[in-house]
Design a protein. Structure first.
Length: 291
């Protein structure tokens, strides 16, 4: 898991020999949870799960969470368990943005502290920075409370990925012998906890509240500007601002509606993924029968 453009899909393809679509630039190609082809790491058979990135250019973080949660819960119910969770972080980032820190908080809530010993925090894109700069950023990530330090102190580990298959396989070797782990989101939703009471939902609600406040502030500013234009009898500016006010009202309403719709949208997504898996199983059985 990780932010859009952090190298998740490239890592999966490199390690497994798969051909999952890779995004270029700021665009993300991963809008679904995808599974790699099965491959060997020593005596273990491994499948990697590639997830949409937080901070996606086309999907909101709440939509991404909904997709990941539904997929993980469906896998858990089907008896599929994870032995490791990898969080990808670009070492090339000049600074860790607010959205990246939000992504990591979402990751923490999805996993839960109990899963941290099965977590690897993997830095990539080392070829885009000098060793000195990369090492400095690596230390900052590892030692600051606002980044990886709290998770590392509770059992997670940190590794570097140098964009070779051997590097990817070495990272996976550190996870394949770990005992399977149940993620917090799987335990909560699988145990019947209402979606609105889950840890990650509470985190999303905070983010949505921040978004609502920002959009309300934007709307209030536009209304003040329009009132000033009316006092100045500036009809051209009034007309322009009127359009902006209407657009801002729509954006605000969308943000306010998002939290209330999340629970019902999760149930729809859960049914969609379950049906997709059912079709795949039916297709696999039919293919085996044909052989």
């Amino acid at each position: 898991m990780g932010s859009t453009g952090s190298g998740k899909t490239t890592f999966v393809n490199l390690a497994s020999g798969s051909s999952l679509d890779v995004g270029r630039g700021l665009e993300s190609c991963t809008s679904e949870v995808q599974a790699s082809t099965q491959f060997s790491v020593g005596e273990k058979q491994v499948v990697l799960i590639d997830t949409p990135g937080f901070g996606d250019t086309t999907l909101s973080d709440s939509d991404i969470w909904k997709t990941i949660a539904a997929s993980f819960v469906t896998s858990h119910r089907a008896g599929i368990h994870f032995t490791g969770i990898i969080f990808m972080q670009r070492i090339s980032d000049v600074k860790v943005s607010g959205s990246s820190r939000q992504s990591f908080r979402m990751f923490q809530e999805l996993c839960g502290e109990e899963a941290y010993p099965n977590v690897l925090l993997v830095t990539g894109m080392w070829d885009t920075v000098t060793p000195e700069l990369g090492n400095s950023r690596y230390q900052e990530l590892a030692t600051k409370d606002i980044f990886f330090k709290p998770v590392l102190e509770k059992g997670a580990r940190m590794m570097r990925h140098n964009n070779t298959r051997e590097s990817a396989l070495e990272i996976i070797r550190n996870l394949v012998d770990m005992p399977p782990v149940v993620l917090r989101i799987q335990r909560e939703l699988g145990g019947g906890v209402d979606i609105m009471q889950t840890s990650v939902y509470k985190q999303i609600r905070e983010l949505i509240s921040e978004m609502v406040a920002q959009r309300q502030k934007k709307l209030d500013t536009l209304i003040e500007e329009m009132a000033e234009a009316e006092r100045d009898r500036d009809e051209e500016t009034q007309e322009e601002l009127q359009e902006e006010v209407q657009a801002a009202k729509v954006e605000l309403q969308e943000a306010q509606d998002k939290a209330s719709k999340l629970a019902s949208e999760y149930q729809v997504e859960l049914r969609r993924i379950q049906e997709m898996l059912r079709r795949r199983r039916t297709s696999d059985i039919n293919m085996q029968s044909a052989l």
